[in-house]
Design a protein around this ligand. Sequence first.
Ligand code: ZN
Length: 359
Amino acid sequence: MADNIPATQSKKTIDATGLYVVPGLIDIHTHVFVGTKADKFADGIFSVSPDDFTFKSGVTTVVDAGTSGWRNFSLFKEQVIDKSQTRVLAFVNIAGSGMSGKPLQEDINDMNADSAAHVVEKYKDIIVGVKIGHHEGSDWIPFERALNATKKSNTPLFVECHLPQLSLEDQLKKMRPGDIITHSFEQVSERMPVVDEKGKLRPFVIAAQKKGVLFDVGHGGAGFWFSQAVPAFQQGLVPNSFGSDLHRFSMNAGMKNMLNIMSKYMAIGMSFKDVITRATWNPAKSIKREDLGNLDVGAIADITVLSVLNGKFGFTDAGANRIQGNHKLEAELTIRAGKIVWDLNGISADPWKLELNKK
Ligand SMILES: [Zn+2]
């Protein structure tokens, strides 16, 4: 490679005719604290390795959704963040050991606002907020402590639900403008859906959106249902971002990757422009990282080149229901910090032709 590309060559011309050049995509809901522990997300095999999934779907930045807590964040950093080409940011879990399963992640004594805020401060280039989720108790102490940690660190709260005894209405009431709720369009027993039995968006959900609470898709394995997402979209609850909730159990189901979620929303009726905004600039703003998600002069050279395929494509939700769409987004080329990290059809490569060996 070095033989063919002079080291002094700082600019390269790539023919992107018919393609769309957009900022590198940002996925604000992933679980990438991969390790060796069986049946665990934190340092375990339920998480996935970011580089295995990101660039091929145009994603240059992922935010880990509290798979690590304030106690084991440094292991996550050492083991994954520092070793990945993908930019990995994180919400740190209020539970000290993050998503380490029961009983550890339910231990209120290990949920400490000061400790969490301290870790956010220490790693402020990487940690963008605090997460609450996966708590089965009926008291509000974990939620309040997570909220407290965000107040101390001036960061957003990321609410991942799995809080079966805390009502959605009360959760949304406690959330402030800029706080993020994910799994917005789930229809599961552990949380009241945003759309009621008659297909109407609940008034307190509209009120939360008006107040400034941000609704992330958080597709995952069970977090996205057309029965919720479509009426919500039609009644004005448009997601602010397309967090995929990437993990071992969502990657091969209806979710697939963030581009598939984006294509799904085009099939639901969102314009291409709105889809791109929600995959780039919106998530950048929501994690207060305005250096990302745009192509302004001086921005980091995280760039994605997309093609829009035309045809008949099927998209499924968590209930194995299918809708049909006429467009599908594909990552043609992904550039991370100025370096080509994915090139589907070799558009950055030189055309090859047979030449006789010259000796
Ligand atoms: Zn998640």
